[in-house]
Design a protein around this ligand. Structure first.
Ligand code: ATP
Ligand code: MG
Length: 159
């Protein structure tokens, strides 16, 4: 029996632009069915990372915080990105959002800020990005964690 352990990597970012660049590299590798969770305090850079990610998927438009709309949809070259934010959503409210349409779309990539309330929808094999404040205003540490074979494959080139 193979016991699979979560794989991890840590990346330092010295600017918002660097965080976008990392998101973009990830975005270029993503395909339908992939799920990326973004965990970190307010202002840590979750939406900033998603701006790069959406660019990497081929979306040309504006990426803004979905905090008030819960889900934003970005059409890429091939895949559709569902940018979801559960910040204002309780565990018992997730049924009203139509999340099945996002997580169930075989051509959809789900990127989830504040994922706690949506845990029930997440597949086990997902990439989790934790963002931490660094020593000064513009530095962040991104801790990447893969929970299965697909997300491990995504993680490897980002190390
Ligand atoms: N290295 C960095 N990486 C990411 N963002 C940075 C960095 N340095 C500075 N910033 C700035 O920090 C802010 C991050 O805001 P952002 O909206 O991405 O955070 P968030 O984690 O999505 O917050 P919220 O929880 O409110 O949704 C932006 O203004 C960005 O320019
Ligand atoms: Mg945000």
């Amino acid at each position: 029996m193979t016991i699979s352990r979560a794989a991890e990597a840590s990346v330092e970012s010295a600017s918002a632009e660097r965080t976008r660049a990392l998101g973009r590299r990830l975005g270029a590798m993503l395909r339908g069915g992939d799920v990326v969770c973004l965990v970190g305090e307010l202002g840590s850079g979750k939406t900033t990372f998603t701006q790069g990610l959406a660019r990497g998927v081929g979306f040309k438009g504006q990426v803004a915080s979905p905090t008030f709309v819960l889900v934003r949809v970005y059409r890429g070259r091939v895949w559709t990105v569902y940018h979801i934010d559960f910040y204002r959503v309780g565990q018992d409210q997730t049924g009203d959002i139509g999340l099945e349409d996002c997580f169930g779309d075989p051509e959809g990539i789900c990127v989830v800020e504040w994922p706690a309330a949506g845990r029930g929808y997440m597949p086990e094999d997902r990439l989790e990005v934790r963002l931490f404040y660094g020593e000064d205003e513009d530095t962040r540490r991104l801790s990447l964690r893969a929970f299965g074979p697909r997300s491990r494959r995504l993680l490897e080139p980002l190390k």
